[in-house]
Design a protein around this ligand. Structure first.
Ligand SMILES: Cc1cc2nc3c(=O)[nH]c(=O)nc-3n(C[C@H](O)[C@H](O)[C@H](O)COP(=O)(O)OP(=O)(O)OC[C@H]3O[C@@H](n4cnc5c(N)ncnc54)[C@H](O)[C@@H]3O)c2cc1C
Length: 385
C-alpha cells in the first residue's frame, strides 16, 4: 500500500470512536473519500468490553456478544429484578468490533491504515496536518481521539473522578449461571466512603464477566481489586472453584470539565477526547455512535462536522455536575442514591434520563425520586461554579 501525502479525512486513533466514525462514513455517500486511520497499536487485542442499553438495534448488532432483558439490582436494603423491555443491556467485545470494522474497510482501496505514533496535529490554511514518527500527512479534516497527557491538570476547578474497574471472565466446572439474567449493580459490598459495586454478566451457564467498579479519586492496588472479586464470589455466590479466563482493567474519567470539541479549525476531537463520555456514568459507546452519525450527516451536506450543543440540552451537563458534587463531597452515600433511583423509577425512565432524552416533566420525576437535600446542595454548587 502506497500512502498518500494528502487525504480527505484522517482519523487519529483507531479505537472505539475512530473506527465507529470510519464505519459510519463507509455506510454513507462519503464512502469513496480517501481516509487514513493512524493508531500506535494494531488493535489486535480484546482490550475492553463495551456494554450499553438500547431499545432497538445498533449498527453493530451482528457482533453483539450477549444481551439481557432482565437485570438485577442489589443494595443493602433493596433488591429487584428489572425488566428492561423494550430495552436490552448489550455487550460487544473490543476484538470483535475492531475486526468487524477493519474487515469492512479492507473492501475499499480508499482506506489506508498506518501504525504510527501521532505527535502533533495542527491546522494549515486549507485543512490540517498530522505529524507522526513516520512522517507527516495532510487532510481536509482530522478527527482525533488522542487524549491530552495532562488531561487531569486541565480539569483544574472541575471534578475529575475516576471510574476504575477490574473484571474477570470466570469459568465454572459445572453449569452455574443463568445466562438470561445479569446483575447490573450490586452495592452489597463495603463502600468505604466511595461508590463501589459489582456487576455480573453471564455469557453462558458456565462463564461470566464479574467486574468490581469504583467511582473514586484514587486507584487501588492490584491485589485489592482481586481480593474484592474473590470475596464477592465467595460471599454472594459461594463460588471458590473457577478458572479466570480473561482479565480486564480500565479507567474512565468522570469529569465535568469542558473538553474542547474543536482541536482547531479543521480538527475535530472525538470520543472521550471530545467530551463524549457521560460525566456521571462513564458510558460512552452509544454516544459515540450518535456523534459519528451526526458528523457524517453534516459532512454529507457539505457542513462543518464541528459540534454545537444547543443551550437547552446543556441542562444535562448541570445534572451531571450535580451528581458528581453529591459523590465527590459525599453529600449522601452513592449506594443509597442509586437505590432510590431504581426503587422509585421504572428502569426505562432512568435509561431515557441518562440518554438525555427525557422531557422536563420526567426530569422532575427523577429529581423527586432521590434524597432532596443532598441534591439541592449538589445542584447549588453546580449552578454557582
Ligand atoms: C476497559 C474499558 C471498558 C469500558 N467499557 C465501557 C462500557 O462498557 N460501555 C461504555 O459505554 N463505555 C465503556 N468504556 C468507555 C469508552 O467507551 C471507551 O474508553 C472507548 O474505547 C472510548 O473510545 P475512544 O475512541 O475515545 O478511545 P479509544 O477506544 O481508547 O481509542 C483511542 C485510540 O487512540 C490510540 N492512540 C492514543 N494515543 C495515540 C498516539 N499518540 N498515536 C497514535 N494512536 C494513539 C489508542 O491506541 C487507541 O486505539 C470503557 C473503557 C475502558 C478503558
Amino acid at each position: 500500500m502506497i500512502l498518500l501525502s494528502r487525504y480527505d479525512y484522517i482519523i487519529a486513533g483507531g479505537g472505539a470512536s475512530g473506527l465507529s466514525l470510519l464505519h459510519h462514513i463507509l455506510q454513507s455517500p462519503l464512502r469513496d473519500k480517501s481516509i487514513l486511520v493512524v493508531d500506535k497499536t494494531r488493535k489486535e487485542q480484546n482490550d475492553r468490553t463495551w456494554c450499553f442499553w438500547e431499545a432497538g438495534k445498533n449498527p453493530f448488532e451482528s457482533i453483539v456478544y450477549r444481551q439481557w432483558q432482565y437485570v438485577d439490582f442489589y443494595s443493602a436494603n433493596f433488591s429487584k429484578t428489572l425488566d428492561l423491555a423494550p430495552y436490552a443491556y448489550k455487550m460487544i467485545r473490543g476484538i470483535d468490533f475492531y475486526e468487524y470494522v477493519q474487515a469492512q474497510a479492507s473492501q475499499s482501496d480508499r482506506v489506508h491504515f498506518l501504525q504510527a505514533d501521532v505527535q502533533a496535529i495542527e491546522d494549515t490554511e486549507n485543512g490540517a496536518v498530522l505529524r507522526t514518527d513516520v512522517g507527516n500527512f495532510e487532510a481536509d479534516w482530522v478527527f482525533s481521539s488522542i487524549r491530552a497527557d495532562n488531561e487531569k491538570a486541565q480539569a483544574k476547578g472541575h471534578h475529575y473522578l475516576l471510574q476504575h474497574f477490574k473484571g474477570w471472565v470466570i469459568r465454572t466446572p459445572a453449569p452455574f449461571f443463568n445466562p438470561e439474567q445479569a446483575t447490573l449493580m450490586d452495592f452489597r459490598i463495603a463502600q468505604n466512603g466511595d461508590c463501589r459495586f459489582m456487576y455480573v454478566l453471564p455469557i453462558n451457564e458456565r462463564t461470566a464477566l464479574v467486574e468490581y467498579t469504583l467511582f473514586s479519586a484514587d486507584l487501588l492496588s492490584e491485589e485489592t481489586y482481586d481480593q474484592a472479586l474473590m470475596d464477592y464470589l465467595r460471599s454472594f455466590y459461594q463460588l471458590d472453584d473457577y478458572e479466570i479466563e480473561h482479565e480486564e482493567f480500565g479507567i474512565i474519567p468522570m469529569t465535568d470539565m469542558p473538553y474542547p470539541s474543536a482541536g482547531g479549525k479543521f480538527i475535530v476531537n472525538i470520543g472521550t477526547a471530545g467530551g463524549i463520555t457521560k460525566p456521571s456514568t462513564g458510558y460512552t459507546f452509544t454516544r459515540i455512535q450518535q456523534d459519528s452519525q451526526r458528523m457524517v450527516q453534516r459532512l454529507s451536506k457539505g457542513e462543518s462536522p464541528q459540534r454545537h450543543i444547543n443551550r437547552w440540552q446543556q441542562r444535562f451537563k448541570i445534572y451531571d455536575s450535580t451528581l458528581l458534587n453529591v459523590m465527590v463531597h459525599n453529600f449522601h452515600p452513592s449506594s443509597d442514591v442509586f437505590t432510590h433511583l431504581f426503587r422509585n423509577n421504572p428502569p426505562q425512565r432512568v435509561f431515557r434520563f441518562l440518554d438525555e432524552q427525557t422531557n422536563f416533566w420526567e426530569e422532575i420525576q427523577v429529581a423527586n425520586s432521590v434524597p432532596k437535600l443532598p441534591f439541592v446542595r449538589g445542584l447549588t454548587k453546580a449552578l454557582i461554579k
